[in-house]
Design a protein around this ligand. Structure first.
Ligand code: 3PG
Length: 397
């Protein structure tokens, strides 16, 4: 990839694709993580004498102007994070955008309106991409988390302008490469979450790449069913049991050890503080449901962590939103954090629920790297090429 330092940005307008798709409540940003993560790229462009022209999407307006999805609501949080004023252009292309850009000085930051207000964005239409490209001299893509979309602002622009990876893009790719591309072995992957059906490709790719695969959350129940174990009223995709079995067989063939729950926490109702008990994984009562992994499972997972050098984590081990069913996720996350602090483990995690779970466990800051990506992280873990990354790799200087 080309890097920001490779380019002459002095006095130039730098079209900088960032991900400002942040959670909001009534127009107020409730989590500024993604905003803070763009600061190094903004500073690098400013240090090189460039004008920072930010472009981003927000939510899914499907090619139409939807006022509640205007990026204008992000401006105060952006100004706060950057410690400077940010100008907002009510349009992403055309006269208003051009006039706003014409008024910029080096160091200024201008944010364009939501690129998804224009049908050409998601269609990756070349005319729309060209009208964006007309606004700047260089393209920086710092939105790894949107790189699984082949849109005009994530893919098309890299083919029209000299294109480079931003600082966050670089950091994300380096971390993912260290976790799965060219990792220090042994590698353990933790995959949790409700459904096997949404993570099939992921599981199938991982058994080829990692030494240990820990399966947790609701999807573990489907694997128990595949092994002929009754799971009572637990969430399980019985029609996926055959597929789960194929994954177990593939893991056998590739030499990947699969770790399923040994014991489980069961309850009759799914609510905070519900009466629960711990039973062996094959002893879930008919009228109960599995909501978390038990302490023997936690100990076994932590032993695997201690024996490994690299950890990649996607998905909680239990119904972590509702205590006490967050116990296994918390205990394993804390051990992963400790091993990381001790220099034993390189730990990388990603995906919306995962980051929420690690934050809840209070350990996100101890992981080697927490991805800002949800869908893109998953697709990357599935072994797919991400169009936004591919376009950067092909890009000219
Ligand atoms: C995300 O929030 O994961 C990215 O911003 C991509 O958003 P999308 O799923 O709407 O493309």
């Amino acid at each position: 990839f080309n890097r920001i330092e490779d380019m002459d940005l002095d006095g130039k307008t730098v079209l900088t694709r960032v991900d400002l798709n942040v959670p909001t409540d009534n127009g107020r940003v409730t989590d500024t993580t993604r905003i803070e993560k763009i600061i190094p790229t903004v500073r690098a462009i400013q240090d090189a004498g460039g004008k920072v022209l930010l472009l981003a999407h927000f939510d899914r307006p499907k090619g139409k102007r939807v006022e509640e999805m205007s990026l204008k609501q992000i401006v105060p949080a952006l100004e706060q994070a950057l410690g400077q004023s940010v100008t907002f252009a009510e349009e992403a292309v055309g006269g208003p955008a051009k006039r706003a850009v014409a008024g910029m000085q080096p160091g200024d930051v201008l944010l364009l309106e939501n690129t998804r207000f224009y049908p050409g964005e998601e269609e990756n239409d070349s005319t729309f991409a060209a009208s964006l490209a007309a606004l700047g001299a260089v393209y920086v893509n710092d939105a790894f988390s949107a790189a699984h979309r082949a849109h005009a602002s994530t893919e098309g622009l890299a083919r029209l302008l000299p294109a480079v990876a931003g600082k966050l893009m670089e950091a994300e790719l380096d971390a993912l490469d260290a976790a799965l591309g060219d990792p220090v072995r042994p590698v353990v992957a933790v995959v949790g979450g409700a459904k096997v059906s949404t993570k099939l490709e992921l599981l199938s790719n991982l058994v080829e790449k990692v030494d240990h695969l820990v399966i947790g959350g609701g999807m573990a129940n489907t694997f128990l069913v595949a092994k002929g174990i009754e799971v009572g009223k637990s969430l399980a995709e019985r029609d996926m049991a055959g597929t789960a079995k194929e994954i177990l067989e593939k893991a056998d063939a590739t030499g990947c050890s699969i770790h399923l729950p040994l014991d489980v926490v069961v309850a009759r109702e799914f609510k905070e503080g519900a009466a629960s008990e711990t039973v062996a994984a094959d002893a879930c009562p008919d009228d109960a449901m599995i909501l978390d992994a038990g302490p023997k499972t936690v100990a076994a997972i932590n032993d695997v962590f201690a024996a490994c050098k690299t950890l990649i984590w996607n998905g909680p081990l239990g119904a972590f939103e509702i205590p006490p069913f967050d116990a296994a996720t918390n205990a394993c996350a804390q051990e992963a954090a400790r091993l990381t602090r001790d220099g034993v483990l390189t730990s990388v995690a990603g995906g919306g629920d995962t980051v929420a779970a690690l934050n809840k466990a209070g350990v996100a800051g101890d992981f080697t790297f927490i991805s800002t990506a949800g869908g893109a992280f998953l697709e990357w873990m599935e072994g797919k090429d991400l169009p936004g990354v591919e376009a950067l790799a092909d890009a000219r200087r």
